[in-house]
Design a protein around this ligand. Structure first.
Ligand SMILES: Cc1cc2nc3c(=O)[nH]c(=O)nc-3n(C[C@H](O)[C@H](O)[C@H](O)COP(=O)(O)O)c2cc1C
Length: 245
């Protein structure tokens, strides 16, 4: 395994940072890494908004329920799935907007934004910086889109807080490759045989350094998906112009 891949296998989310801005040159490197990501049909359907305004950063941190590590880190970015550019182009060309309103276009923009974010994450970790994705900004999409002054055909899909770690958690044990990887067809038996993962994760949650819990990954997922999360997302997407079909 080369050093790059080795580093990827050591990933942990960081939630405690040195409270100092990252140098501009470092941020530019991270942004270039994000901007070089693959893009479906090269549509580049994403934008990145760096939050430098202290008040906005505080507001976003509170919406996401984690102001400590959104506000007190090297920098904070919001990744936006973004078809507004295409909307402007199509309108100028007097073309229908049907092609950017459908589910496929929305998926494309969400995937583009996500891949760009992960490029940034890997780049940051290659520099020994820490990152944490902040999906919590979707707790209130209306408010976030107001704070960022987002136009139609845009969706703020996730935030990313980046900085120099002051503390690192233990690596969370993933499922084995057998439980996630098959050849040629989906393997229902292997993919749902999680008894050993139940034991591995129960041991992890019971013994980790902080926030120890008597639970396991299976129980956590039952609890998590027993509730409908963020039921207002669909209405927000429609308000932004997407037809969800
Ligand atoms: C799309 C996405 C959104 C996330 N949102 C949050 C978040 O809002 N707050 C947080 O503390 N962690 C967030 N995380 C981090 C996950 O909790 C973390 O990746 C997961 O528990 C696995 O832990 P690890 O990254 O340390 O391996 C998010 C991760 C992803 C991929």
């Amino acid at each position: 395994m080369n050093d790059f891949i080795q580093k990827m296998t050591q990933h942990v989310s960081v939630r405690s940072f040195v409270d100092e801005p990252l140098p501009a040159a470092t941020k530019e490197e991270l942004l270039k890494a994000a901007n070089s990501a693959s893009s479906s049909n090269f549509v580049q359907a994403f934008s990145i908004i760096e939050i430098t305004d202290e008040q906005k950063r505080q507001q976003l941190g509170e919406i996401a329920n984690c102001p400590e590590y959104v506000v007190h880190s090297g920098t904070f970015y919001v990744f936006v799935a973004d078809l507004y550019r295409q909307k402007c182009l199509l309108e100028k060309a007097k073309q229908s907007l049907a092609g950017i309103k459908n589910m496929e276009a929305l998926l494309v923009s969400v995937i583009d934004a996500t891949i760009a974010a992960q490029n940034m994450a890997v780049a940051a970790e290659s520099l020994d910086l820490g990152i944490c994705y902040i999906g919590g900004i979707r707790n209130d999409l209306e408010q976030v889109s107001g704070i960022l002054e987002l136009p139609e055909y845009t969706v703020p899909i996730l935030g990313m807080t980046v900085g120099i770690p002051t503390k690192k958690n233990e690596i969370k044990p993933r499922m084995t490759l057998e439980q996630k990887v098959a050849q040629n067809s989906y393997d229902k038996t292997k993919f749902t045989d999680l008894s050993n993962y139940q034991q591995v994760t129960a041991a992890y949650y019971a013994a980790r350094n902080s926030n120890q819990q008597q639970t396991d990954w299976l129980q956590k997922n039952i609890d998590f998906f027993s509730e409908v999360r963020r039921p207002d997302v669909g209405a927000f997407l429609q308000k932004q112009g997407f037809e969800l079909k």
